[in-house]
Design a protein around this ligand. Sequence first.
Ligand code: SAM
Ligand code: SF4
Length: 470
Amino acid sequence: MTGNTKKLFIKTYGCQMNVYDSDRMVDALGPHGYETVSEIENADLVLLNTCHIREKAAEKVYSELGRLNKLRQQRRQEGGDLMIGVAGCVAQAEGEEIMARAPSVDLVFGPQSYHRLPQLVSKAATERVVDTEFPEEDKFAHLPAAKKETTIARGLTAFLTVQEGCDKFCSFCVVPYTRGSETSRPVAQIIAEAQSLADAGVMEITLLGQNVNAYHGHDEKGVPVNLGALLYRLAEIKGLERLRYTTSHPNDMSDDLIEAHRDLPQLMPYLHLPVQSGSNKILKAMNRNHTREDYLAIIARIRATRPDMALSGDFIVGFPGETEADFEDTLNIVRETGYASAYSFKYSTRPGTPGAQMDDQVPEDIKLERLHRLQELINQQQTDFNASCIGKIMPVLLDKPGRIEGQLGGRSPYLQAVHLDAATDLLGTIQSVEIIEKRKFSLHGKIVTKQTANSANLGRSEEEQLLSGA
Ligand code: SAM
Ligand code: SF4
């Protein structure tokens, strides 16, 4: 340790909500003398913010703990020390097991305890600590706000958790057990956080929730507010040029939310709407409470309201009982929907979920073979979508220096990475960019007419023209 400053390294696994949570841990420990370091070897405190969604994700944590144990031994031989903590969903699900399997761990705490982190860390200096309670108090109300300079250093785009937990209990999923039942943050709290992000120069916010479109907070007068209404409120904040949200459930795709995509130029035309399977038999076994027809009808409603909406999704192959015909149904729903991108996973049995008890578990080799076939189709759709963008002009938020000198990187409205030649003074602007080339993982473009003001200042019809390439 140097002086009173202690060095913190957080390794984040899993979803964007964990990325958001890791930043909150940094904010909680900052006032207590901790500053983040980019090399694990330099840390006094290492926190692993873990993911339990699939077996592989959980196992990675134990291998990392093995490596950390060696680092700690070495440190102790040199007369120093290292504190090791495990946070997140593995911590929540396997608290005591981690303590038993990994004696080097000093501290285990679940996603609802981040606001208590400074106290937990000081307690862990003298005894091993496990905190996996679901406390009554609102952790967000107790977390300190990020300092303005920290927010600036984090960049022009930011995540903002608005909803946590899930009551849907899909039969494959651990989230309702690790993150608890659904809770929504109050509107005023969200608006205040969004305002402070905008004040620090953040231009794009992605609202996060395990089931973000189930958001049901209350406004300042106690009136219930859904995600659509919340987006209208956020769109009033000056400087916030772009809004996104993820992840949504088909059953919570309300008319308000769909209409927000028609009315709000800030709301990007990209939607992550997982269906998981195209087979009604499997959807029922998954306890999804929707059919493939329901899903396709929702997609049709969305496209009728916002024709240029790009879609993304999640798929699970090899859920118990999935036959070749069920899997064909999945391939067909992908063909019918047409995705700009999508994620696909082999079913992973999660202890404690109903899926783990089901007969007819699908053999690993069949899961893998189906995964390859599905990914081939998804990759083809992504390639086709990217190819369809060539020649189009679209607003690109330039948010980072490119990997090549003289280039900047940014995002299209459809969340594609776009690179182009531009000077650094254009960082933090939205430019009209013509897409000229498709590369493996990104698009290459050129600025059409340099703008210093950004596209939110364009009239709606002008932005629509840009998006349609007219
Ligand atoms: N709430 C979102 C929804 O309902 O679509 C998904 C949240 S989950 C964190 C992200 C994705 O992980 C899921 O959409 C699903 O495809 C995948 N997933 C969850 N449990 C899984 C399991 N046991 N095996 C494989 N993939 C799983
Ligand atoms: Fe998990 Fe999403 Fe289903 Fe909730 S809705 S149980 S988070 S997959």
